[in-house]
Design a protein around this ligand. Structure first.
Ligand code: NAD
Ligand code: UDP
Ligand code: UDP
Length: 359
């Protein structure tokens, strides 16, 4: 969609990206909280181009107007500067509830606010869903599994979360948000959908987001060392040092936004009310990501090894059988293609920053 949007706006001088015509009966009024953020803005594009009426609610903590500016003024689009911790009274058919800081530096910046957003904010959106009879999809996270003891993680796993650690404001905040969804479903009959999203990266991520792939790409593009976190314990056990061939056992996977938003929309419109994992089961070590990004950028950056932060999950790999079987969903964007698009985006952002620094 990004490529299509750029093409339509620049090459064909269209005022807006193309929007499908939907009859009154099929057109929905959709609220996206956190819709000016990374995932939310891609979801906005998909739902707008599918012909729906989209209201984005965002307090611009980590999101930016720039991410959705190509829709400003469109008759199907509305942008509201609002904090979900405050009640919201509007009329909608579906709510995609994404509002929450998502990267560790952002959610740890103000842990109390992160807790309020995920608890009070979710309560408000469920209250809204109850009042207007809307269906609500919660953007939950693989972090509800904490530092998991089983691999891969399927939706039956209850998780392994430190309730008082530095990540707890986010992990426990999302766990309570899930609990609230099912309380409103059972007690009030609200229709809920819960997506447990695994690491996703791509265009429109904030330059200061701080998650691993955007960090590595920006570092590689700027010739800075790639900050590769390793597990000290694993190294001690093997009596190796970080400069030897590093057995970096921290494993993760990488999903791209076009795959994620397709999954979110399929889940919202399905009849599955229990949680569903959306992620890429292809697993790599952090070191492999660093090396791959360095080679795709053709960068001379060094790789710098840093000890992991407290409670950092050692492995996260989604079991996506449920999404495959029940939604017919699985990721289709190949890793290198997704990374190349993300690299292009961040090079343009660096150019944009350089061109605007004297304004
Ligand atoms: P992001 O930081 O780019 O987007 C979050 C958006 O929510 C931002 O636009 C921010 O301004 C907004 N927001 C934050 N607090 C708010 C509040 N109190 N009121 C209104 N708006 C508020 O992050 P993202 O990666 O796009 O994440 C979107 C959602 O997906 C989050 O709920 C996140 O927990 C979830 N998620 C993302 C990933 C991922 O890898 N990207 C993984 C798991 C879960
Ligand atoms: N709420 C909201 N918009 C609405 C309806 C409710 O923001 O359209 C908020 C409301 O302020 C309340 C929360 O959602 O704090 C939960 O609503 P609910 O009706 O479940 O609880 P009650 O108002 O009965 O405490
Ligand atoms: N990480 C890293 N270098 C960085 C940022 C993160 O090696 O510059 C590691 C981090 O320790 C974790 C993994 O990458 O093991 C994923 O972290 P990220 O912050 O991207 O997301 P999280 O899944 O922790 O929310």
């Amino acid at each position: 969609p990004n490529y299509l949007i750029d093409l339509c706006l620049s090459s064909f001088s269209l005022k807006y990206p193309p929007v499908k015509f939907l009859s009154e009966k099929d057109r929905k009024r959709i609220l996206i909280t956190g819709g000016a953020g990374f995932v939310g803005s891609h979801l906005t594009d998909k739902l707008m181009m599918d012909g729906h009426e989209v209201t984005v609610v965002d307090n611009f903590f980590t999101g930016r107007k720039r991410n959705v500016e190509h829709w400003l003024g469109h008759e199907n689009f509305e942008l509201i500067n609002h904090d979900v911790v405050e009640p919201l009274y509007i009329e909608v058919d579906q709510i995609y509830h994404l509002a929450s800081p998502a990267s560790p530096p952002n959610y740890m910046y103000n842990p109390i606010k992160t807790l309020k957003t995920n608890t009070i904010g979710t309560l408000n959106m469920l209250g809204l869903a109850k009042r207007v009879g809307a269906r609500l999809l919660l953007a939950s996270t693989s972090e509800v599994y904490g530092d998991p003891e089983v691999h891969p993680q399927n939706e039956e796993y209850w998780g392994h979360v430190n309730p008082i650690g530095p990540r707890a404001c986010y992990d426990e905040g999302k766990r309570v948000a899930e609990t609230m969804c099912y309380a409103y479903m059972k007690q009030e009959g609200v229709e809920v959908r819960v997506a447990r999203i695994f690491n996703t990266f791509g265009s429109r991520m904030h330059m200061n987001d701080g998650r691993v792939v955007s960090n590595f790409i920006l570092q590689a593009l700027q010739g800075e060392p790639l900050t590769c976190v390793f597990n000290l314990q694993h190294l001690k056990n093997r009596n190796l040092n970080a400069n030897a061939l590093c057995p970096n056992f921290i494993m993760m996977s990488c999903l791209f936004p076009s795959d994620l938003v397709n999954g979110l929309v399929l889940l919202m419109n399905s009849n599955i009310s229990s949680p569903v994992n959306l992620g890429n089961p292809e697993e790599h070590t952090i070191l492999e990501f660093a090396r791959l990004i360095k080679s795709l950028v053709v960068s001379r950056s060094q790789i710098q090894f840093l000890p992991e932060a407290q409670d950092d999950p050692q492995r996260r790999r989604p079991d996506i059988q449920k999404a495959k079987m029940m939604l017919g969903w699985e990721p289709v964007v190949p890793l290198e293609e997704g990374l190349n698009k993300t690299i292009q985006y961040f090079s343009r952002e660096l150019e944009h920053q350089a061109n605007n620094q004297y304004i």
